[in-house]
Design a protein around this ligand. Structure first.
Ligand code: PBG
Length: 327
């Protein structure tokens, strides 16, 4: 018979639980996704996911002012555009809302990190992340455009480039282009294992993105775990600074694999569909919203993520400051 062990000793009070706690939500490690568009007076939360908001530039400024004191450390920027064409040419427009927003954020909060999403899907008429010819998403031709887009964002002041397109070889090509343009300190947060997930719905609503067919020839099959290791090794060899897994909660095993295998920070994108599920469940009275969001976020950290891109960033920051949810 083994001696009776009493693990409950460490759970007997809030202070005991607190010193025994293995994982904390560190709000410095949250990235806030922001969506920016043309026009003025646009401040449009997704109806099912209030943390997913599209701003015009004037409203973005108001937002940044109002959240200045909260101390959000990093932003993940996406474009929302009606200017769509076959080649996604708006991606290379140096006056696009994304380009202006990069400058605006860098000016208003110089210490905050701006990471931009690099892919063509906000700007293509077919909704694909790359160039699309004869029902095929072209790899190398797309990579050339992504390199130009990355350099453009770096010129505007982005400190991190986030290629989310899953083309082969893009990390190496983007690194080389940034270096050639002397952006040696601009990093790459690669969407290393991005799965062809059903959970991007609210994001695609936000972009008004209708994809011709699906993205399965470039995004990964949700069934595959070893293949993610292959992508990881490639991205590390190609020079990614931060590696990302996306979505997050359904892919905790991948996050755990990455954190064990890699010497780079691991980011996880808690994507729009995952976040909207929590909002829907809480709205239906199935569970407490705050507890569910905190538990989910801590689970992603516990699995091994160092960074989370989260639509709940503002809530989590306010809660950690002792505040309550703003409605
Ligand atoms: C595409 C992109 C997507 C997301 C981020 N970048 C959607 C897609 O691949 O179709 C999804 C993010 C989310 O759902 O929150 N470049």
């Amino acid at each position: 018979m083994i001696e009776l062990q009493r693990p409950r000793r460490l759970r007997q009070s809030a202070n005991f639980r607190s010193i025994a706690k293995e994982t904390e939500i560190i709000t410095n490690k949250l990235m806030l996704p922001l969506f920016v568009t043309d026009g003025s007076k646009v401040n449009k939360p997704h109806p099912k996911l209030p943390g997913c908001v599209t701003y015009s530039l004037d409203e973005l400024k108001v937002f940044l002012k109002s959240t200045k004191d909260l101390g959000v450390k990093s932003y993940l920027l996406f474009g929302v555009s009606e200017k769509r064409d076959e080649n996604g040419s708006e991606a290379l427009n140096s006056d696009s809302p994304v380009c202006k927003a990069i400058q605006e954020i860098r000016e208003m909060t110089p210490e905050a990190i701006v990471c931009t999403d690099v892919a063509l899907d906000p700007y293509t008429s077919h909704g694909h992340d790359g160039l699309y010819k004869d029902r095929e998403v072209l790899n190398d031709e797309t990579v050339d455009v992504l390199c130009k887009m990355s350099v453009l964002h770096a010129e505007k002041g982005a400190q991190l480039i986030g290629p989310s397109d899953m083309m082969d070889g893009r990390v190496q090509a983007i690194r080389q282009s940034l270096d050639e343009s002397n952006f040696l300190n601009v990093g790459i947060m690669s969407y290393t294992a991005k799965y062809a997930s059903s959970l991007y719905g609210p994001f695609r609503d936000t972009l008004s993105s209708e994809v011709k067919g699906d993205k399965k020839t470039y995004q990964m099959d949700p069934a595959n775990r070893r293949e993610a290791i292959r992508e990881l090794d490639l991205d590390i060899a190609e020079g990614a600074d931060i590696i990302m897994v996306k979505p997050a909660v359904h892919y905790l095993d991948i996050i755990s694999d990455f954190s064990e295998r890699s010497d780079r920070p691991v980011a996880a994108y808690h994507v729009s569909g995952e976040a909207a599920m929590l909002e829907a469940g809480a709205a239906a009275g199935l569970f407490d919203r705050r507890r569910a969001i905190e538990e989910t976020s801590i689970s992603i950290f516990r699995a091994g993520a160092d960074i989370i891109a989260s639509y709940f960033t503002l809530d989590l920051v306010r809660w950690s400051n002792g505040g309550s949810t703003l409605k």
